[in-house]
Design a protein around this ligand. Structure first.
Ligand code: FES
Ligand SMILES: [Fe+2]
Length: 420
């Protein structure tokens, strides 16, 4: 245990239903002690969490601040081109050291805590203490105080196709092993060029973090919850699609090929083929797309445990990062990306289609609300359980999206890590 402040051990708090991963006890979405254990066993446990894109900190001294679970993190580009991730907590009295969202430090000793000005280098070494020797031979730190014994916590960092991940744990496998070949291949496929940032925003959701992560793995809901998808035939369960997972079902991809009932030409045209009496868009160019990927997939949502999503919605590419804020609230950070080799027209298509996603997105806005609906719905019934049986009771990829196999995959790894 590294930091959990839960008063009780997990088995005293949480007994998983005998049915296994087809039932989820509602208490996991609101119990503060379970939340504290999750911080230890998941976010500071043997998992990789997304930190940023490499291009957000391209040059030496560039830094960005983020979080893994409740832990504030600084990711900084070193002079040798590598990236360090440091816990953004001063060893003196615990203040956040770096409070800017991002920036650049040009000197070597450059993370200065605002409270009493203790200073750290990019490796997290404590290099300076204000008034260490006192003033006029009075005060100061004891002569035997050893600065080298007090460093910022430094995480392991690895990157893949411009995505930067960090982990607290020495037990976490190397990133590519953690992801597995199916996930690695899909990341390489989606980020098939050097990314560039098109936009960034975040939203707070009034629900437990796991309700959003479940949602991102829930193949079953998009054509039902998101009226835009089905009305304009971007995503229907009758369209070709399915779900893929890694060998252990920790991670997940749900994918669709754009709805068509008349062959492949609809993919290329990007036209809305509204049926009689159906709705049409006044400006159909909103969903005009070019067939970007040889696999003909037009929608893919890839979830990496615990809280990272790589998105392709038509030609809108982006990352989503789930950040916990207590048992009943979480934040979703979106970064919309294009690729350096995109033409101006392609960039415009990506920007235009970004209207589909994000907090007010024509598709994604419901995802930002539905977790809050669940949180409200369960508040008085925390002894009840959710039913996760669509598509059977197991895990593993399936050639359909009428399944909750990936949601069960999430609860499988959750139970493994919490040992419940
Ligand atoms: S809390 Fe950082 S220097 Fe005192
Ligand atoms: Fe959704």
């Amino acid at each position: 245990m590294t930091q959990a402040v839960a008063a009780r051990a997990l088995p005293e708090i949480l007994q998983w239903p005998a049915e296994g991963i087809t039932r989820v006890p509602m208490q996991v979405f609101s119990d503060p002690e379970i939340y504290a254990w999750e911080q230890d066993l998941i976010f500071r446990g043997p998992t990789w969490s997304f930190l940023c894109l490499e291009i957000e900190i391209p040059d030496a001294g560039d830094y960005i601040t983020t979080r893994i679970g409740d832990s504030p993190i600084i990711a900084v580009r070193r002079a040798d081109g590598g990236i360090n991730a440091l816990v953004n907590r001063c060893v003196h009295k615990g203040s956040i050291i770096c409070y800017q969202a991002k920036g650049k430090r040009t000197r070597t000793h450059n993370f200065v805590c605002p409270y009493h000005n203790w200073i750290y280098d990019f490796d997290g070494n404590l290099t300076s203490i204000a008034f260490e020797k006192g003033i006029q031979q009075k005060g100061g730190m004891p002569a035997d105080f050893d600065k080298t014994q007090h460093k910022l916590t430094r995480l392991r960092v690895e990157t893949i196709n411009g995505l930067v991940f960090g982990t607290f744990s020495d037990a976490t496998p190397p990133l590519k092993d953690y992801l597995g070949p199916v996930m690695v291949e899909h990341i390489e496929r989606t980020l098939h060029g050097k990314p560039k940032i098109l936009g960034r925003y975040s939203q707070f959701m009034h629900n437990n973090w796991k309700l959003y992560v479940e949602n991102s793995r829930d193949n079953y809901h998009p054509s039902l919850l998101h009226a835009f998808f089905s009305t304009f035939k971007l995503n229907r369960l009758s369209a070709e699609g399915g779900t893929r997972q890694d060998d252990k079902s920790w991670h997940h991809i749900t994918f669709t090929k754009r709805y068509t009932d008349k062959g492949d030409e609809a993919y290329d045209s990007g036209m809305i083929r509204a049926q009689k009496n159906d709705y049409g868009l006044k400006d159909p160019s909103l969903i005009d797309q070019w067939m970007e990927f040889p696999d003909q997939i037009t929608n893919s949502i890839q979830s990496i445990f615990p809280g990272f999503v790589l998105q392709q919605v038509l030609n809108s590419l982006g990352t989503r990062q789930v950040i916990t804020h207590g048992p009943g609230k979480c934040e979703l950070v979106w970064t919309l990306i294009g690729l350096e080799d995109d033409t101006a027209e392609q960039t415009q298509v990506r920007v235009k289609q970004s209207n589909l996603v994000g907090p007010a997105g024509l598709v994604s806005m419901e995802d930002g609300a539905i977790g809050g609906f669940v949180q409200k719905g369960i508040a008085g019934d925390l002894d009840k359980r959710a039913i996760i049986e669509m598509g059977g009771i197991g895990v593993g990829g399936m050639p359909t999206r009428a399944t909750e196999t990936s949601v069960r995959g999430f609860w499988k790894v959750y139970r493994e890590l919490l040992n419940v």
